[in-house]
Design a protein around this ligand. Sequence first.
Ligand SMILES: Cc1cc2nc3c(=O)[nH]c(=O)nc-3n(C[C@H](O)[C@H](O)[C@H](O)COP(=O)(O)OP(=O)(O)OC[C@H]3O[C@@H](n4cnc5c(N)ncnc54)[C@H](O)[C@@H]3O)c2cc1C
Length: 314
Amino acid sequence: MGLGRSVFLTASNSRFLRERAPRYRFVRRAVTRFMPGEDATDGLQASEVMWREGVRTVFTKLGENVTSRTEAERVADHYVGLYPQIMERKLPATVSVKLTQLGLDFDPEFCFASVIRIIEASIAAAAAAEEPTPIVWIDMEASGYVDATLNLYRRARRAFANVGVCLQAYLHRTAADVESLLPLGPAIRLVKGAYQEPPSVAFRDKAEVDKNYYQLTKRMLAPDAREAGLQLAVATHDGRMIAQVCEYAAANDLKPAIEFQMLYGIQRAQQIRLAREGWRSTVLIAYGDYWFPWYMRRLAERPANVTFLLRNLF
Ligand SMILES: Cc1cc2nc3c(=O)[nH]c(=O)nc-3n(C[C@H](O)[C@H](O)[C@H](O)COP(=O)(O)OP(=O)(O)OC[C@H]3O[C@@H](n4cnc5c(N)ncnc54)[C@H](O)[C@@H]3O)c2cc1C
């Protein structure tokens, strides 16, 4: 792991920095590259702009590891209230939730009930607006949460078809997790992984992560996975990987089986190009005032983004 990446991932866990850095205007200005604003309305407006270009949206309200039930309940209420707004605007959009923002740390049952409440809200709002039912996505957090996240996902998926989970290609365990999830007919968003993990659980070398990413993608596009009902979202900005996946999918008649997902503000031209070429292309739009750890993870992914941060300082 590069020193830059390690520094930013350490900073992402620092409470001291999280409380102080957002007070600086240049930091706030720099973060707008990755988020249209702090309110859901900012996100909805950005989503309308992207949909004019044929790009769909996944919304996420920034936050993690909440410590009180009231706070977790507020987050669930927020998502429940967002679906009618999405549907009224006829946006092909959905949400992605972080379980530790819904109380996983202190009450997993409450967290599960909140996820179910959000899924039910997505179904009800889509039915009322006569729109297709969207997939409610569950983010994957640091490796210590994988078992709890997948257990919760399995329960939710047994009850509802429209729920998906994120898996991280940097984890050694992910190939086995894919196999164990297959019988459920899961929706899986494959990412490389954004947290600081020890070599005992994660590949450190980028080439190894990339290789695993491509292998997992092909595994999830295999005939038995398709027959089981697996739906795949390839969530990466890696142009080479995207080209490889497109080539593989086109050669095997799998174009409709894949969705590409990227983050707001990164590779926008590529998001639009994919949509124009007939691929399902989706942007994840984040908003909210708890953006510091999330922003540090974006800097860790590409330390060159620091130049942009510094340019805002001057
Ligand atoms: C829709 C979506 C959902 C995600 N959900 C999760 C999740 O639930 N859990 C999780 O651990 N991770 C999640 N991630 C983050 C993911 O794990 C990676 O950290 C992130 O996508 C960067 O890796 P990459 O696949 O783009 O490839 P990389 O190999 O890191 O990058 C490839 C190229 O993409 C561009 N790029 C990548 N990141 C940036 C950036 N921050 N700024 C500018 N350019 C960039 C650069 O040109 C870079 O060379 C998500 C990512 C996406 C797109």
